[in-house]
Design a protein around this ligand. Structure first.
Ligand code: PLP
Length: 369
């Protein structure tokens, strides 16, 4: 039996010696935060790498989501998915807005566009979908509805680093997209995030909002927040970027190995990615169906007994959390697919350094060998 834990994920870390010269530079020029040289360089390199025009770096994606809603002056109700990390809905609540939950598509686990129109009221001003596990939402259908009703779209793209949809960056869809660079994400800056926007004017507004709303030394134009990314985080991002393709390739091989080994197991369903997009292989979710010989939670515990730390991601469902109980659309009857998936999902370990031996351990436990 494996003695050490196999975590669900592990960050890519370059050699420490490679990071030291960046720190020396920060020490030399004594510019620690507030749009420093590494911050500017990372914004420029990410635009190039991701194939986007404008990006504004943040200290994390949650503050970026909150700021995104502020930047578009969203009011009233925001249509969103319950099948996400809590930060999605929390950002709506932190703006004093009402989340309106609609159900997900049971194959993509993303917001079901067919459910949007019925959820629109005179108070609806925006839609906040999530590209779950880096799989694109039905962006065309969502855009069409938003255009028809004059709604803004803010994509929580926390999972969707480096995803291209029909050969273009997925992050170009909607009014804004938000990335997370948290330590558990495929590209990380320890903590970090970003807003992707389509024009310089919007970037300027977002840049001011993340810096207390300050326009210049004497002028504060909005009630902003402190959402700035520091030079240390930005410098780390620059080093990460050199290895991101390699890290994703390693993850791809792990994904392929799981797919082959787990394809024919009774009661285990594998999550499928959209063939028009590339995955970044950030997660490996499976569904534990009723005809598997264990329940999802039993399998989770069994893996844990063997030091394998899988994760029930996303469970519990946001709409079942106490702070959302008052929201009428949080009712289980309104969200059958989201509830069903949340009760069956299990994310298996996937990260660049997961060894074949450890992967076999996981596969054999699932096979019951
Ligand atoms: C879908 C989603 N949205 C938002 C967040 C929040 O990101 P952060 O931890 O950078 O604030 C996360 C992850 O942590 C996430 O998975």
């Amino acid at each position: 039996m494996n003695q050490k834990n196999i975590p669900v994920t592990q960050p890519f870390l370059p050699e420490l010696t490679e990071f030291i010269p960046y720190l020396e530079k920060i020490w030399d020029n004594r510019w620690l935060t507030n749009n420093g040289p590494f911050h500017q360089q990372l914004e420029a390199e990410l635009c190039k790498y991701l194939g986007i025009e404008y990006i504004s770096l943040f200290n994390n994606a949650t503050i970026a989501l909150i700021t995104a809603l502020q930047s578009l002056r969203i009011t009233g109700e925001v249509i969103t998915t319950p099948y996400s990390f809590v930060a999605t809905s929390h950002s709506i609540l932190w703006n004093g807005l009402k989340p309106v939950f609609i159900d997900i598509d049971p194959t993509t686990f993303n917001i079901d566009p067919a459910k949007i129109e019925a959820a629109i009221t005179p108070r609806t001003t925006a839609i906040m979908p999530v590209h779950c596990y880096s799989n694109p939402c039905n962006v065309e259908a969502i855009q069409k509805i938003a255009d028809n009703y004059g709604l803004k779209i803010i994509y929580d793209a926390a999972h969707a680093f480096a995803v291209k949809y029909k050969n273009e960056s997925l992050l170009r869809w909607g009014d804004l997209s938000i990335l997370s660079f948290h330590a558990t994400k495929v590209f990380n800056t320890f903590e970090g995030g970003a807003i992707i926007c389509p024009d310089a004017k919007t970037k300027q507004r977002i840049d001011r909002l993340k810096n207390f709303g300050i326009a210049d030394e004497l002028t504060v134009t909005a009630p902003g927040i402190n959402g700035k990314m520091s030079e240390i985080n930005a410098a780390f991002g620059l080093v990460q970027l050199k290895y991101i393709d390699q890290a994703m390739q390693q993850r791809q091989a792990i994904d392929a190995y799981y797919r082959k080994a787990l394809a024919e197991i009774k009661g285990i369903t594998l999550y499928q990615h959209n063939l028009d997009a590339n995955s970044n292989y950030s997660y490996f979710p499976i569904l534990v169906e009723p005809d598997y010989h264990l329940t999802r939670d039993e399998l989770y515990e069994k893996l844990k007994e063997h030091n394998v730390l899988s994760r029930r991601y996303f469970y519990p469902l946001i709409s079942n959390m106490p702070m959302y109980r008052d929201v009428a659309t949080a009712d289980i009857e309104n969200l059958p697919h989201a509830n069903n998936i949340a009760n069956k999902v299990l994310c298996l370990p996937i990260f660049h350094e997961l060894t074949v031996v450890d992967q076999l351990t996981i596969i054999n436990i699932i096979k019951g060998i």
